[in-house]
Write a protein that binds this ligand. Structure first.
Ligand code: ZN
Length: 124
């Protein structure tokens, strides 16, 4: 299991930060900074606050697990530290009308045995 997913067990949303140019590295899977190609990246824990960059609402799914969840929103979230991650926005009555671009969201954890899934809900 990657360090990113191992950290979710402690409800830590990790991202990588470049020590060379002092910027966030996009998503926790890269080994090099996309801005300066430096490899001096270290894992940091994000606050869990961010905004919706873009989203789409899935109305139908043929997958037996997701079928019961539709409609649900798949969104790119810009974390306040800089990285953009893909997740779901939950905690709204109707994802078709209650989610908007730029909306402030915060992380909420869905716990599983081995790891926790970071989801996002409207910020309080
Ligand atoms: Zn860099």
């Amino acid at each position: 299991m990657s360090a990113f997913w191992a950290a979710t067990k402690n409800h830590e949303l990790q991202y990588l930060h470049c020590e060379n140019c002092d910027s966030a590295v996009d998503v926790a899977l890269h080994r090099f900074c996309q801005r300066c190609s430096h490899d001096a990246v270290e894992a940091r824990v994000a606050s869990g606050r961010g905004t919706v960059y873009s989203y789409t609402v899935v109305r139908q799914s043929y997958h037996p697990f997701f079928r019961n969840h539709a409609p649900y929103a798949v969104a790119y979230i810009d974390l306040e530290e800089g990285p953009r991650i893909m997740s779901n926005v939950i905690g709204v009555d109707d994802p078709l009308t209650d989610i908007s671009i730029g909306m402030a969201v915060e992380v909420v954890w869905e716990d599983h045995e081995e790891l926790s899934i970071p989801l996002f809900k409207p910020a309080t």
